[in-house]
Design a protein around this ligand. Sequence first.
Ligand SMILES: *[C@@H]1O[C@H](CO)[C@@H](O)[C@H](O)[C@H]1NC(C)=O
Ligand SMILES: *[C@@H]1O[C@H](CO)[C@@H](O)[C@H](O)[C@H]1NC(C)=O
Ligand SMILES: *[C@@H]1O[C@H](CO)[C@@H](O)[C@H](O)[C@H]1NC(C)=O
Length: 326
Amino acid sequence: MRLAPQPSAQPLQLLVALLLTAGANASPVLSSGCPDRCVCDDQLVVQCAGQHLTTFPVNLPLATRQLIISNNRIAELPPLALNYLSDLVYLDCSNNSLTEISESTFGNLRKLAYLDLSFNTLSRIEDRTFGPLASLVMLRMTDNPGLSEIHPDAFAENSALQVLDVSRNNLTVLNITSLMALPALRSVGLSGNPWSCECDNEDLCLWIHLEGFKFQDEGQTVCGSPADMQGRRLGEVGIQLRTLCHQTLGSLDYLFFVVIGFVIFAAGTVSAWMMGVVMVLYERYIKKKDENLDADEEEEDGAETGRSSRARSDHGNGDLKMSHTV
Ligand SMILES: *[C@@H]1O[C@H](CO)[C@@H](O)[C@H](O)[C@H]1NC(C)=O
Ligand SMILES: *[C@@H]1O[C@H](CO)[C@@H](O)[C@H](O)[C@H]1NC(C)=O
Ligand SMILES: *[C@@H]1O[C@H](CO)[C@@H](O)[C@H](O)[C@H]1NC(C)=O
């Protein structure tokens, strides 16, 4: 009512209001809106669970901190769209149709602390897949029925990792060299896989034997092969495998020693025989030389004097006869 006499004031207020709204819109959260069929809140959480999505949601707020796309049928995580979300801390992709994760998928998610890839159809995890995830604390990757291969260095750079769950996959072996080196790791889930209880998995079995407290459902972490070990706990067969696997090495070593021993024995025999032959030949040679020397002396003496040399030459002949009879 008070504004009525001053009509010019109303457009000004409107303009101010518009400018304020525009200012608020400039923040990335609001400027990007919210993807279809998702709910976005002011805590930067985007919730898209169970919406029958078949593709990764578009139009995600750039500042999203939590993204939940579980219980859909998403077949692919597009690296480009995902890596715009550099503030992402929590990503739940469980129960989708993901078949592979490439090296560039998580290339820029340096703040990501929680990642869930469970209930998908992954078949293998390559080297460096999780490499850029320097802040990753918890990785859940359970219930991928065809997942049978994890590269030895897949988790090598996740030095913040505390919880790793790869239960109920199709794993038979796991190289634990880089896993054991992770300083913060305190919980590992391995149950429900058809583990091999042979020498190729000895390290894993021994690790569970020594640090069983780290393993979730350790009682369900059992051998899938060979047949005579099926159902036995990995932690229980650890010591048995160590003895078994190194005994095999030991008997090979024994074989090696036996062969080497025989070779040395044979070489010794042959060289002793050769030495004997050489000795005999040498002895003969020396005697022949003595003989020649005596003959030479005889000749020289004969040339120098007459009678005295004749007596010595008799003596010399005596020597010669004797050496012939020896
Ligand atoms: C996976 O999602 C479907 C809906 O897409 C749901 O019916 C099913 O119960 C979910 N499975 C699990 C294990 O959460
Ligand atoms: C699990 O791996 C074995 C080979 O190790 C393969 O024969 C089998 O088909 C795999 N299972 C699934 C469900 O892919
Ligand atoms: C485990 O992987 C490392 C490389 O990270 C390799 O050097 C080592 O030989 C592997 N161990 C086994 C038992 O295959």
